[in-house]
Design a protein around this ligand. Structure first.
Ligand SMILES: Cc1ncc(COP(=O)(O)O)c(C=O)c1O
Length: 376
Protein backbone atom coordinates (compact mmCIF):
# COMPACT_ATOMS: atom_id res chain seq x y z
CA UNK A 1 0.00 0.00 0.00
CA UNK A 2 1.44 3.43 -0.88
CA UNK A 3 1.76 6.14 1.79
CA UNK A 4 -0.69 8.24 -0.21
CA UNK A 5 -3.52 5.76 0.01
CA UNK A 6 -2.92 5.40 3.77
CA UNK A 7 -3.98 9.04 4.44
CA UNK A 8 -7.30 9.02 6.28
CA UNK A 9 -10.20 11.02 4.84
CA UNK A 10 -10.53 14.57 6.24
CA UNK A 11 -12.03 14.78 9.70
CA UNK A 12 -15.64 15.98 9.72
CA UNK A 13 -15.56 19.76 9.72
CA UNK A 14 -17.64 20.17 12.89
CA UNK A 15 -15.17 18.00 14.86
CA UNK A 16 -12.03 19.94 14.00
CA UNK A 17 -12.18 22.27 16.98
CA UNK A 18 -12.61 19.41 19.43
CA UNK A 19 -9.44 18.49 21.31
CA UNK A 20 -8.97 15.13 23.01
CA UNK A 21 -9.70 15.36 26.75
CA UNK A 22 -6.32 15.95 28.47
CA UNK A 23 -5.70 12.86 30.60
CA UNK A 24 -4.07 13.21 34.02
CA UNK A 25 -0.81 11.31 34.60
CA UNK A 26 -1.18 7.87 36.19
CA UNK A 27 -0.23 7.99 39.86
CA UNK A 28 2.58 5.47 39.33
CA UNK A 29 4.14 7.82 36.74
CA UNK A 30 3.91 10.81 39.10
CA UNK A 31 5.67 8.76 41.79
CA UNK A 32 8.41 7.67 39.41
CA UNK A 33 8.97 11.13 37.91
CA UNK A 34 9.27 12.92 41.25
CA UNK A 35 10.81 10.07 43.27
CA UNK A 36 7.84 9.93 45.66
CA UNK A 37 6.70 6.96 47.70
CA UNK A 38 3.18 8.33 48.22
CA UNK A 39 0.90 10.52 46.12
CA UNK A 40 -2.47 12.07 47.12
CA UNK A 41 -4.77 12.33 44.13
CA UNK A 42 -7.08 15.25 44.80
CA UNK A 43 -7.71 15.97 41.13
CA UNK A 44 -10.79 14.09 39.96
CA UNK A 45 -13.45 14.44 42.66
CA UNK A 46 -13.33 10.78 43.59
CA UNK A 47 -14.52 9.19 46.82
CA UNK A 48 -11.49 8.84 49.14
CA UNK A 49 -13.24 6.08 51.16
CA UNK A 50 -13.26 3.76 48.13
CA UNK A 51 -16.16 1.74 46.75
CA UNK A 52 -19.01 0.40 48.85
CA UNK A 53 -17.94 -2.92 50.45
CA UNK A 54 -21.23 -4.43 49.29
CA UNK A 55 -20.42 -3.40 45.71
CA UNK A 56 -16.99 -5.04 46.01
CA UNK A 57 -18.61 -8.28 47.11
CA UNK A 58 -21.13 -8.16 44.27
CA UNK A 59 -18.34 -7.56 41.74
CA UNK A 60 -16.34 -10.51 43.04
CA UNK A 61 -19.42 -12.72 42.95
CA UNK A 62 -20.10 -11.99 39.29
CA UNK A 63 -16.50 -12.13 38.01
CA UNK A 64 -16.93 -15.72 36.75
CA UNK A 65 -19.70 -14.60 34.36
CA UNK A 66 -17.59 -12.27 32.24
CA UNK A 67 -17.90 -14.58 29.23
CA UNK A 68 -21.51 -13.35 28.97
CA UNK A 69 -22.66 -10.04 27.54
CA UNK A 70 -24.41 -7.75 30.00
CA UNK A 71 -28.17 -7.35 30.13
CA UNK A 72 -28.49 -4.46 27.67
CA UNK A 73 -31.73 -3.30 29.27
CA UNK A 74 -30.21 -3.32 32.79
CA UNK A 75 -33.54 -4.72 33.98
CA UNK A 76 -32.62 -5.32 37.62
CA UNK A 77 -30.70 -2.10 38.07
CA UNK A 78 -33.62 -0.13 36.62
CA UNK A 79 -36.00 -1.91 38.98
CA UNK A 80 -33.77 -1.08 41.95
CA UNK A 81 -33.32 2.55 40.90
CA UNK A 82 -37.02 2.98 40.12
CA UNK A 83 -37.92 1.76 43.59
CA UNK A 84 -35.31 3.90 45.31
CA UNK A 85 -36.14 7.09 43.39
CA UNK A 86 -39.91 6.69 43.16
CA UNK A 87 -39.93 6.76 39.34
CA UNK A 88 -40.93 4.18 36.74
CA UNK A 89 -38.30 2.07 34.90
CA UNK A 90 -39.55 3.67 31.64
CA UNK A 91 -38.24 7.01 32.92
CA UNK A 92 -34.68 5.71 33.34
CA UNK A 93 -31.72 5.48 30.99
CA UNK A 94 -28.28 4.21 31.99
CA UNK A 95 -24.99 5.51 30.72
CA UNK A 96 -21.31 4.64 30.72
CA UNK A 97 -21.05 7.35 33.34
CA UNK A 98 -23.60 10.17 33.31
CA UNK A 99 -21.14 11.79 30.92
CA UNK A 100 -22.30 9.44 28.16
CA UNK A 101 -25.91 10.47 28.68
CA UNK A 102 -24.96 14.11 28.12
CA UNK A 103 -23.54 13.02 24.75
CA UNK A 104 -26.77 11.09 23.96
CA UNK A 105 -28.80 14.23 24.72
CA UNK A 106 -26.61 16.39 22.50
CA UNK A 107 -26.76 13.89 19.62
CA UNK A 108 -30.52 13.54 20.02
CA UNK A 109 -31.55 17.18 20.17
CA UNK A 110 -28.78 19.50 18.93
CA UNK A 111 -27.59 20.28 15.43
CA UNK A 112 -26.23 23.16 13.38
CA UNK A 113 -29.46 25.11 13.81
CA UNK A 114 -30.45 23.98 17.31
CA UNK A 115 -28.12 25.26 19.98
CA UNK A 116 -27.14 24.56 23.55
CA UNK A 117 -27.18 27.21 26.28
CA UNK A 118 -25.06 26.87 29.39
CA UNK A 119 -22.84 29.03 31.64
CA UNK A 120 -19.24 29.99 31.00
CA UNK A 121 -17.85 28.01 33.97
CA UNK A 122 -20.27 25.09 33.74
CA UNK A 123 -18.95 21.53 33.35
CA UNK A 124 -16.83 21.62 30.17
CA UNK A 125 -18.28 18.42 28.78
CA UNK A 126 -21.52 20.23 27.82
CA UNK A 127 -19.85 22.37 25.21
CA UNK A 128 -17.80 19.40 23.99
CA UNK A 129 -21.03 17.42 23.56
CA UNK A 130 -22.51 20.32 21.56
CA UNK A 131 -19.44 20.33 19.30
CA UNK A 132 -19.78 16.58 18.81
CA UNK A 133 -23.31 17.24 17.55
CA UNK A 134 -22.09 20.11 15.32
CA UNK A 135 -24.20 22.56 17.32
CA UNK A 136 -23.46 26.09 18.54
CA UNK A 137 -23.05 26.56 22.28
CA UNK A 138 -24.14 29.89 23.77
CA UNK A 139 -22.42 30.69 27.07
CA UNK A 140 -24.10 32.91 29.65
CA UNK A 141 -21.79 34.62 32.17
CA UNK A 142 -21.87 33.30 35.74
CA UNK A 143 -22.22 35.68 38.66
CA UNK A 144 -19.52 35.09 41.28
CA UNK A 145 -19.19 31.48 40.11
CA UNK A 146 -22.92 30.74 40.42
CA UNK A 147 -25.20 30.11 37.48
CA UNK A 148 -26.89 33.42 36.71
CA UNK A 149 -30.32 32.05 35.88
CA UNK A 150 -31.60 35.33 34.46
CA UNK A 151 -28.60 35.53 32.12
CA UNK A 152 -29.15 31.90 31.10
CA UNK A 153 -32.83 32.59 30.35
CA UNK A 154 -31.85 35.65 28.28
CA UNK A 155 -29.50 33.50 26.16
CA UNK A 156 -32.35 31.23 25.09
CA UNK A 157 -33.63 31.96 21.59
CA UNK A 158 -36.11 30.16 19.32
CA UNK A 159 -33.07 28.17 18.06
CA UNK A 160 -32.27 26.82 21.53
CA UNK A 161 -33.05 23.12 22.03
CA UNK A 162 -31.31 22.45 25.35
CA UNK A 163 -29.98 24.13 28.49
CA UNK A 164 -27.43 22.43 30.78
CA UNK A 165 -27.15 23.32 34.42
CA UNK A 166 -24.77 21.57 36.83
CA UNK A 167 -25.90 21.83 40.45
CA UNK A 168 -23.53 21.76 42.24
CA UNK A 169 -21.31 22.94 39.42
CA UNK A 170 -17.95 21.56 38.42
CA UNK A 171 -15.50 23.29 38.97
CA UNK A 172 -17.41 25.91 40.97
CA UNK A 173 -19.02 23.67 43.62
CA UNK A 174 -21.85 26.22 43.90
CA UNK A 175 -25.60 25.77 43.51
CA UNK A 176 -28.75 27.86 43.26
CA UNK A 177 -31.68 27.47 45.66
CA UNK A 178 -34.82 25.45 45.00
CA UNK A 179 -36.87 28.64 44.67
CA UNK A 180 -34.45 30.18 42.18
CA UNK A 181 -34.45 27.00 40.10
CA UNK A 182 -38.27 26.79 40.09
CA UNK A 183 -38.56 30.39 38.96
CA UNK A 184 -36.09 29.66 36.16
CA UNK A 185 -37.93 26.52 35.06
CA UNK A 186 -41.21 28.46 34.88
CA UNK A 187 -39.56 30.96 32.53
CA UNK A 188 -38.20 28.35 30.09
CA UNK A 189 -40.31 27.38 27.06
CA UNK A 190 -41.51 23.76 27.52
CA UNK A 191 -40.01 22.85 24.13
CA UNK A 192 -36.49 23.45 25.51
CA UNK A 193 -34.94 20.50 27.35
CA UNK A 194 -33.41 21.47 30.68
CA UNK A 195 -30.65 19.09 31.75
CA UNK A 196 -30.15 19.29 35.49
CA UNK A 197 -26.82 17.57 36.17
CA UNK A 198 -26.79 16.36 39.77
CA UNK A 199 -23.58 14.32 39.71
CA UNK A 200 -22.88 15.43 43.30
CA UNK A 201 -26.50 15.12 44.49
CA UNK A 202 -25.81 12.82 47.46
CA UNK A 203 -23.26 15.27 48.90
CA UNK A 204 -25.43 18.33 48.35
CA UNK A 205 -28.75 16.86 49.48
CA UNK A 206 -28.18 17.74 53.16
CA UNK A 207 -28.45 21.45 52.33
CA UNK A 208 -32.09 22.46 52.93
CA UNK A 209 -32.10 24.92 50.00
CA UNK A 210 -30.61 22.47 47.52
CA UNK A 211 -33.13 21.48 44.83
CA UNK A 212 -34.03 17.83 44.20
CA UNK A 213 -34.59 17.62 40.44
CA UNK A 214 -36.77 14.54 40.79
CA UNK A 215 -39.29 16.41 42.94
CA UNK A 216 -39.71 18.97 40.13
CA UNK A 217 -40.11 16.69 37.16
CA UNK A 218 -43.90 16.27 37.55
CA UNK A 219 -44.38 20.01 37.02
CA UNK A 220 -41.66 20.43 34.40
CA UNK A 221 -41.80 17.59 31.86
CA UNK A 222 -38.91 19.14 29.90
CA UNK A 223 -36.57 18.39 32.82
CA UNK A 224 -33.89 15.68 32.48
CA UNK A 225 -32.04 14.86 35.71
CA UNK A 226 -28.65 13.15 35.46
CA UNK A 227 -26.92 11.44 38.39
CA UNK A 228 -24.03 9.05 38.84
CA UNK A 229 -22.49 6.22 40.85
CA UNK A 230 -19.04 7.80 40.33
CA UNK A 231 -19.00 10.17 43.29
CA UNK A 232 -20.64 9.42 46.65
CA UNK A 233 -21.04 5.72 45.73
CA UNK A 234 -17.33 5.50 44.95
CA UNK A 235 -17.64 3.67 41.62
CA UNK A 236 -15.99 6.13 39.18
CA UNK A 237 -13.79 3.41 37.68
CA UNK A 238 -16.80 1.32 36.67
CA UNK A 239 -18.41 4.08 34.60
CA UNK A 240 -22.09 3.98 35.42
CA UNK A 241 -24.60 6.81 35.67
CA UNK A 242 -28.25 7.41 34.88
CA UNK A 243 -30.84 9.96 33.87
CA UNK A 244 -34.48 10.35 34.80
CA UNK A 245 -36.66 11.84 32.09
CA UNK A 246 -40.13 11.40 30.69
CA UNK A 247 -40.51 8.17 28.67
CA UNK A 248 -40.61 9.90 25.24
CA UNK A 249 -37.19 11.43 25.92
CA UNK A 250 -35.84 8.10 27.19
CA UNK A 251 -37.07 6.44 23.98
CA UNK A 252 -35.25 9.07 21.89
CA UNK A 253 -32.02 8.48 23.81
CA UNK A 254 -32.37 4.70 23.62
CA UNK A 255 -32.00 4.98 19.83
CA UNK A 256 -28.45 6.26 20.35
CA UNK A 257 -27.35 4.18 23.33
CA UNK A 258 -24.98 1.36 22.37
CA UNK A 259 -26.63 -1.91 23.45
CA UNK A 260 -23.93 -2.87 25.96
CA UNK A 261 -22.83 0.53 27.26
CA UNK A 262 -22.93 -0.60 30.90
CA UNK A 263 -21.29 -3.82 32.00
CA UNK A 264 -22.33 -6.84 34.02
CA UNK A 265 -19.92 -5.74 36.76
CA UNK A 266 -21.11 -2.14 36.82
CA UNK A 267 -24.78 -3.11 36.96
CA UNK A 268 -24.22 -5.60 39.79
CA UNK A 269 -22.05 -3.15 41.73
CA UNK A 270 -24.56 -0.32 41.31
CA UNK A 271 -27.44 -2.49 42.60
CA UNK A 272 -25.38 -3.46 45.66
CA UNK A 273 -24.16 0.10 46.25
CA UNK A 274 -27.73 1.42 46.24
CA UNK A 275 -28.42 -0.83 49.23
CA UNK A 276 -25.27 0.11 51.11
CA UNK A 277 -26.76 2.93 53.17
CA UNK A 278 -23.93 2.75 55.70
CA UNK A 279 -21.27 3.41 53.05
CA UNK A 280 -23.24 6.31 51.61
CA UNK A 281 -23.69 7.82 55.07
CA UNK A 282 -19.99 7.40 55.85
CA UNK A 283 -19.07 8.99 52.51
CA UNK A 284 -21.28 12.04 52.86
CA UNK A 285 -20.33 12.58 56.52
CA UNK A 286 -16.60 12.27 55.75
CA UNK A 287 -17.04 14.68 52.86
CA UNK A 288 -18.76 17.28 55.03
CA UNK A 289 -15.84 17.09 57.48
CA UNK A 290 -13.29 17.21 54.67
CA UNK A 291 -14.95 20.26 53.12
CA UNK A 292 -14.83 22.04 56.49
CA UNK A 293 -11.18 21.07 56.95
CA UNK A 294 -10.19 22.43 53.53
CA UNK A 295 -12.39 25.52 53.91
CA UNK A 296 -10.80 26.43 57.26
CA UNK A 297 -7.33 25.72 55.87
CA UNK A 298 -7.85 27.97 52.84
CA UNK A 299 -9.24 30.67 55.15
CA UNK A 300 -6.13 30.46 57.32
CA UNK A 301 -4.02 30.90 54.18
CA UNK A 302 -6.13 33.96 53.29
CA UNK A 303 -7.27 32.49 49.96
CA UNK A 304 -10.51 33.28 48.17
CA UNK A 305 -12.70 30.23 47.75
CA UNK A 306 -16.24 29.54 46.66
CA UNK A 307 -18.81 27.78 48.87
CA UNK A 308 -19.03 24.15 47.74
CA UNK A 309 -21.84 21.62 48.09
CA UNK A 310 -19.79 18.99 46.24
CA UNK A 311 -16.64 17.00 47.10
CA UNK A 312 -14.12 19.61 45.99
CA UNK A 313 -13.43 23.32 46.39
CA UNK A 314 -12.49 25.91 43.81
CA UNK A 315 -9.82 28.13 45.35
CA UNK A 316 -8.01 31.19 44.05
CA UNK A 317 -4.34 30.77 44.98
CA UNK A 318 -3.59 34.37 43.97
CA UNK A 319 -0.66 33.25 41.77
CA UNK A 320 -0.19 31.35 38.54
CA UNK A 321 -2.28 28.25 39.26
CA UNK A 322 -0.18 26.08 36.94
CA UNK A 323 2.99 26.91 38.87
CA UNK A 324 1.30 26.10 42.18
CA UNK A 325 -0.10 22.92 40.63
CA UNK A 326 3.44 21.88 39.57
CA UNK A 327 4.89 22.69 42.98
CA UNK A 328 2.12 20.66 44.67
CA UNK A 329 2.81 17.80 42.25
CA UNK A 330 6.48 17.76 43.29
CA UNK A 331 5.22 17.46 46.87
CA UNK A 332 3.08 14.46 45.87
CA UNK A 333 -0.29 16.27 45.78
CA UNK A 334 -2.22 16.13 42.51
CA UNK A 335 -4.80 18.90 42.04
CA UNK A 336 -6.50 20.38 38.96
CA UNK A 337 -5.31 23.71 37.55
CA UNK A 338 -8.06 25.85 36.06
CA UNK A 339 -6.12 27.92 33.51
CA UNK A 340 -7.55 25.82 30.69
CA UNK A 341 -11.03 27.11 31.43
CA UNK A 342 -9.98 30.73 31.88
CA UNK A 343 -9.17 30.87 35.62
CA UNK A 344 -5.38 31.34 35.59
CA UNK A 345 -5.06 31.58 39.39
CA UNK A 346 -7.64 28.88 40.16
CA UNK A 347 -7.13 25.35 41.45
CA UNK A 348 -9.82 22.76 42.02
CA UNK A 349 -8.96 20.58 44.98
CA UNK A 350 -10.94 17.44 45.78
CA UNK A 351 -11.70 16.42 49.35
CA UNK A 352 -9.39 13.58 50.41
CA UNK A 353 -8.98 11.72 53.68
CA UNK A 354 -8.27 13.95 56.72
CA UNK A 355 -4.58 13.06 56.37
CA UNK A 356 -4.51 13.90 52.65
CA UNK A 357 -6.30 17.20 53.27
CA UNK A 358 -3.76 18.07 55.97
CA UNK A 359 -0.86 17.20 53.67
CA UNK A 360 -2.36 19.30 50.89
CA UNK A 361 -2.91 22.34 53.12
CA UNK A 362 0.61 22.07 54.58
CA UNK A 363 2.22 21.83 51.13
CA UNK A 364 0.09 24.66 49.76
CA UNK A 365 0.99 26.91 52.72
CA UNK A 366 4.69 26.19 52.28
CA UNK A 367 4.58 26.80 48.51
CA UNK A 368 2.72 30.11 48.91
CA UNK A 369 5.14 31.29 51.65
CA UNK A 370 8.16 30.37 49.53
CA UNK A 371 6.59 32.18 46.57
CA UNK A 372 5.99 35.29 48.70
CA UNK A 373 9.61 35.21 49.96
CA UNK A 374 10.97 34.82 46.43
CA UNK A 375 8.90 37.82 45.31
CA UNK A 376 10.04 40.08 48.21
C1 LIG B 1 -20.86 18.08 36.90
C2 LIG B 1 -20.49 16.72 36.41
N1 LIG B 1 -21.34 16.07 35.63
C3 LIG B 1 -21.06 14.85 35.15
C4 LIG B 1 -19.86 14.23 35.45
C5 LIG B 1 -19.59 12.91 34.83
O1 LIG B 1 -19.54 11.91 35.76
P1 LIG B 1 -19.60 10.38 35.34
O2 LIG B 1 -19.49 10.31 33.85
O3 LIG B 1 -18.46 9.74 36.03
O4 LIG B 1 -20.94 9.89 35.80
C6 LIG B 1 -18.93 14.87 36.26
C7 LIG B 1 -17.65 14.22 36.55
O5 LIG B 1 -16.74 14.74 37.10
C8 LIG B 1 -19.25 16.15 36.76
O6 LIG B 1 -18.40 16.83 37.53
Amino acid sequence: MSARSATPPPLNRHLRRLLPYPPGKPIEEVKREFGLSEVCKLASNENPLGPSPRALKAMAAIAGEMNLYPDGSAYYLKQALAERLGVSPAELILGNGSDEIIVFLALAYLNRRRDLVTSDYAFVRYRMAAELAGAPCRLAPMRDMRHDLRALARHITPQTAMVCLDLPGNPTGTSVSRRELERFLRAIPPSVIVVLDQAYFEYAAADPDYPDGLALRGRFPNLVVTRTFSKAYGLAGLRIGYAVARPEIVTDLERIRPPFNTTRVSQAAAIAALDDHAHLRRSTAANAQGLAQLRQGFDRLGLKQWPSLANFILVDVGRDGREVFQALLRAGIVTRPMAGIGLPTGLRISVGTPRQNRACLAALGRILREGAQAAS
